[in-house]
Structures are given as structure tokens and as C-alpha cells.
Design a protein around this ligand. Structure first.
Ligand code: HSE
Length: 433
């Protein structure tokens, strides 16, 4: 039986899981693939920690180049993370004609256009299923399963850390910092958790999916990104009273010849499937013209779920190698000369519904002043909720609007915040049905 040799860069949580799966499921994988996948070399700065792996000691090195340059190695698995060193390893591997599997969403989102161009010149395969939503096969689904569909929208809960934090706050009322610490201890938060809680990790994933779904260049810079750090228990409870849950949603939608690309806390109805996706679980919905909604759900992070996606890419590339069918599926789902200049719709032009909470003085006429300003911007109010008993004569005033344009909503809010009867900043959360 043919043996395909694998070199692994980075032996953190996912790298360890990949080696474990390739060792533990060797026979199963060989019987599906018709070839053996052998871990020939592994590089990590720490090769002394016992990770419970049975690989012989002489396969470990601290030198990534020793793995990339090894002429016997067919496929490099890049699990270093980050953009700088990982990028130079990527470039070196492409230069050497090595196929690459990666889980590195930051690298693909920021440098994918350039790396895929280089890879095409060298006829090198690059696979990145593990970069988006852990074990969920969303990249394969868009690139292959939905190949005959015009995709009109996609949405996802694609950050396990944020979903875990929001779930624990919602269900147990625990504090943000405490739950974030637990997410880090469990191991699904990024080394720099700001990437998770500020929505940047989700934006990386959305940039990749938008490109695959709409045939556009990967565009990270134009995505509107707002994280979960300003979501309060008070807003979560108000949302419940209106029949909504708050989730960090990534939204990629075809609108007016452009693509909406936004990541922000979003209120969704309790009976929407996304509302019951809890803890570190991820979910993605893609709407194809023929399929209608395709909703995928599964573990979005963690050792073995992410390793599963990496191994599936290894099997795919190995099948290409065995059948001499390199680049069988285009990296970004469309042929490179058919990738368009489709742009991202500026956030000010996005239209949606809003939840807005003001802290107002408890005086007659407050509501009419606020609704007057909203009316000037053509924004209608769907419901209003006023709670008694705020601090020192102040009350929280919560409103849900009908569809409104972001630009109008932002202008109305700043006019309202300037009123003498309003204290502090308003809280704005977008609503998706
Ligand atoms: N930090 C990421 C998350 C890991 O929490 O989802 C998976 O990309």
C-alpha cells in the first residue's frame, strides 16, 4: 500500500489531536483512502512535554524548516497559528511544491488571495476546512455540495468562546471575566482572547465563507465587526422579555449588487434554530436557490473536532495525489479567473431592525421626544418597554424598531443622546428574524 508522508508544524491542542487521530485511526483511514498516512516529522518549540503520543522520538524537531525541506514529505500541516511565522512557513512550503493543510483562519483571511495565487503557480493544493467552524464541513459544503446553487445568504455562530460566554451569562447570570477565564482554561479561546471577544476571529471566518459563497476576493478589511464585550445581562434579560436570544452572528448576504458582511451581537427569535445553539457549539446556515436553507451544526473548536477537519483535508489531498488530480476543487470555490470584484456593502447602507436601550429621566414627555427624533429619520417603533425603578429618577427605556437604515439609526441615536433627558450612551443591538 502506498504511504503518504505528512509533516506537522505546531504541536499545540489541534496538532496533538491530529497526530492522535492519524495514529489511532490509521487502519480506518487507510481502508477509506487506499494509502497510509504517516506522520514523518513534527516540529514544535516544545518537544519535551509528554503529550501521550506513540510517535518515535526521532520524528520530533524544533526546526520547522527541517520538516518543510524534507524531500520525502508530501503534505505540510500548518498549525502554528498567527500570521508572521506561519506565513513564511507557508511560502517556503509552496516554493518547495508541498501541499498544505491549515487551520489558520487569520492567515487565510488576511493573506489568502496572495497565497492561493502563489500556490496555483506551483500547482500546490491548499486545504483549510479546519479554519472555519471546527468540525463542521462548511467549506466542503459550499465548494462542492452546493456547486449548482446561487447562494443568497449565509449566517453563522462561528466562535465557540463567544457562544460559550453568552450561553453561561444567559443561563446562569455569571460575570463576563469569570466565564472568559473558564473558556481559556478549557482551551478553545485564542492565545489572545481579544480576537474572540471583539469578533475578529468570527470576521476571519466570515471573510473566507463570503469569498467561497459569492466568488469574491477574500475581503477582511471591509467587514463590520463588533464583539460581545458590551452585551450586558440587563440586555439579555430584556431580549428574553421580547422573545429573543442574543448571539454573536456573522452575516454574509447578497444585497443590491454587493455583499453585506457584518459580525455583531444579534437578537434572534427564541424559536430560530440559532437560538438553541449553545456553549462552544457552532452553527452555519447557507441559503442556496435550489436547496433553500442548509443548517449545519457541530463543535466549533477543541482538539478532536478540529483534528477531524484537518484529517479530512489530508485525505482529500491524498486522494488528489493518488489520482493525479491536483487542485481538483478550486481553492476559493470559483475558477481563479472568475473571481469577481464584488464589494462589501458599506455598513451605513445596511437595513435591519434594532433593539435600542436608553437611560432616560423619568419625566413626562420623554417618549414623545425620542419618538419624534426617530420619526424625523423615518424610523418606526414596533414596541416600547419602560421599567420602573432605575437609579435616581432614571429609567431604562427599551424600544424595538421596524426595518431601518443603519445610517439613519446612528444619526437618530446621536441626536437622542444629545437630549437633556437622556443619560449616557444608548445600547444598540441589531435584530435578525
Ligand atoms: N477561538 C476559536 C473559537 C477557536 O473560540 O471558536 C476555533 O476557531
Amino acid at each position: 500500500m502506498k504511504t503518504i508522508k505528512i509533516g506537522i508544524l505546531g504541536l499545540g491542542t489541534v496538532g496533538t489531536g491530529v497526530v492522535r487521530m492519524l495514529e489511532g485511526e490509521k487502519d480506518l483511514i487507510a481502508s477509506r483512502l487506499g494509502a497510509e498516512l504517516e506522520v514523518a516529522k513534527v516540529a514544535d518549540l516544545d518537544i519535551d512535554t509528554d503529550r501521550g503520543l506513540t510517535l518515535p522520538k526521532d520524528r520530533f524537531t524544533t526546526d520547522a524548516n527541517a520538516v518543510i525541506d524534507d524531500p520525502d514529505i508530501d503534505i505540510i500541516v500548518e498549525l502554528i497559528g498567527g500570521e508572521t511565522f506561519a506565513k513564511s512557513c507557508f511560502e517556503r512550503a509552496i516554493e518547495k511544491g508541498k501541499h498544505i493543510v491549515t487551520a489558520n483562519k487569520a492567515l487565510i483571511a488576511s493573506h489568502g488571495n496572495e497565497l492561493f495565487r502563489m500556490a496555483a503557480e506551483k500547482e500546490v493544493d491548499i486545504a483549510f476546512e479546519a479554519s472555519v467552524a471546527g468540525c463542521i464541513p462548511i467549506i466542503k459544503t459550499i465548494r462542492e455540495t452546493l456547486a449548482g446553487n446561487t447562494i443568497s445568504s449565509l449566517a453563522g455562530i462561528m466562535n465557540g468562546t463567544c457562544n460559550y460566554i453568552l450561553t453561561r451569562i444567559t443561563q446562569e447570570g455569571v460575570g463576563f471575566e469569570e466565564v472568559l477565564k473558564q473558556a481559556q482554561e478549557i482551551g478553545f479561546a485564542e492565545a489572545d482572547p481579544t480576537l474572540d471577544i471583539e469578533g475578529i476571529d468570527t470576521a476571519h471566518k466570515l471573510a473566507i465563507l463570503n469569498s467561497l459563497a459569492y466568488g469574491m476576493k477574500i475581503n477582511l478589511d471591509d467587514i463590520y465587526v463588533e464583539g460581545i464585550t458590551k452585551v450586558t445581562l440587563e440586555d439579555i434579560r430584556f431580549a428574553e422579555e421580547f422573545g429573543y436570544r442574543i448571539k454573536l452572528l456573522a452575516i454574509g448576504k447578497r444585497t443590491n449588487g454587493a455583499v453585506e458582511a457584518r459580525v455583531h451581537p444579534t437578537m434572534i427569535p427564541m424559536d430560530n434554530l440559532f437560538a438553541s445553539v449553545n456553549h462552544s457549539v457552532n452553527a452555519v446556515n447557507v441559503h442556496g436557490h435550489a436547496t433553500e436553507d442548509v443548517f449545519l451544526v457541530g463543535q466549533g473548536a477543541g482538539m478532536m473536532p478540529t483534528a477531524s477537519a484537518v484529517v479530512s483535508d489530508l485525505v482529500d489531498i491524498s486522494r488528489n495525489l493518488i489520482n493525479q488530480a491536483g487542485q481538483r476543487v478550486p481553492y476559493l470555490s470559483f475558477q481563479s479567473d472568475r473571481i469577481s470584484d464584488l464589494s462589501v456593502l458599506p455598513m451605513e447602507e445596511v437595513t435591519t431592525r434594532y433593539y435600542v436601550r436608553f437611560t432616560a429621566k423619568d419625566k413626562p414627555g420623554v417618549l414623545s421626544q425620542i419618538s419624534g427624533i426617530l420619526g424625523q429619520y423615518n424610523i418606526s417603533i414596533r414596541s416600547v418597554h419602560q421599567k420602573d425603578g432605575g437609579d435616581e429618577g432614571c429609567v431604562p427605556l427599551v424600544m424595538l424598531t421596524s426595518m431601518a437604515r443603519e445610517k439613519d439609526m446612528q444619526s437618530a441615536i446621536s441626536d437622542i443622546e444629545a437630549l437633556e433627558i437622556i443619560l449616557g450612551k444608548a445600547t444598540l443591538i441589531r435584530i435578525e428574524e
